[in-house]
Write a protein that binds this ligand. Sequence first.
Ligand code: EPU
Length: 406
Amino acid sequence: MGDITVSGGKNTAVAVIPAALLCNAPCTIENLPDIEDVHALIDILRDLGAKVDYVPDRSLTVDASGATGYHVPFFQTKRLRASYYLLGALLGRCGKAEVAYPGGCDIGSRPIDQHLKGFVALGAKIEDRGGMVYAKADRMTANDIFFDVVTVGGTINVMLAAARAEGNTVIYNAAKEPHIVDLANFLNSMGARVKGAGTDVIRIRGVKELHGCTYTVIPDQIETGTLMIAAAATRGDVTIHGCIPTHMEALSAKLLEMGVRVTENDDSIRVRPQGEQRAVNIKTQVYPGFPTDLQQPMTSLLCMANGVSTVSETIFEQRFKHLDELRRMGAKIRLMDRTVLIEGVREMYGAPVTVTDLRAGAALVVAGLMAKGVTEIYETSYIDRGYERIEEKLRSLGADIRREKI
Ligand code: EPU
């Protein structure tokens, strides 16, 4: 039994911080998670010449008035996937950006063709300069952009590039994730005119200048979900505070279907055990469907559910690297194409396991909480990219988990 407060959203933070480059006045961002991705972006913004004041767990203030840089080198971009938002933000700021192809978790091919198509539609010319994307526009001008696939990153990048472009940009087939709405709210509090975020058509009327603002980012949907899954996995009675329950409906529905009790209040969710947990079928989808970012931790939970579950991953074709590790812990799992068949087992056993990507890390932490004996998790830096002090939070809920330096 315990109470925990969720941190600010990672995938919002990594969009909002580059967006602060779009104006020449201080922007203060509150409720940022204290994670590696945020630290990496702070370093990048400072290298570009922005003044950044960061007080972890309080606020980050970016004053980009002195930022003259437009080049983001490979060693910086490989630290995080979201470095690609520097392309949209710098194009929007000064019509010029040179950014290496992004790093981040290896969960399948992650092209950025739709981002580039959007920039070209807004008047940019794109060159591939040996692993660097060079984008330049004499003038950014609005356009209609129809995405061939629903892309979170592409939608955000085009919003950034279009906020100050001349005229009205319309993005069709836009992503609808909560962090898209949060970015739109941030841009609008800087004086931008973005409408329709959260639907599949976003309209952006470009403005000449943006002004500074103070903004609080939304809570992390995926951290909330991971904590809900961890509570179910340990049969704990946990209340997660500071979250937005409507963002969690796809997961809450699946947990209820499994037989876990989930009750929602305005800004908290309580997860309680209730007898046996049943196998379920899951298919990842774009929001408001079941999020791909919770697929891996959910797979761990289903390893001990009664019956045979299936988990189909439709967004990233290689988001299965945690499965070998779960097998080493006693899980009965088979991968067929992009669907995992999970036969629930009565017990799992602690083992040394290695993290291969952020959410695989979360999945192994959940499995470690469920398993008998000690689980040693290696390569935890992946987890620190996106979860703020995960071991402290779980320990405060009664988990026996600690970080050791080796
Ligand atoms: N895609 C293309 N072309 C593009 C862009 C995307 O074909 O130009 C494809 C991708 O290959 C993928 C699908 O479209 O199959 C969706 O990709 P999307 O662009 O939506 O994902 P992303 O921007 O690379 C963000 C999050 C991910 C999250 C996905 C889906 C950030 C920094 N990353 O990635 O977060 O899984 O959206 O919701 O916001 C994580 O937090 O662990 C994580 C990986």
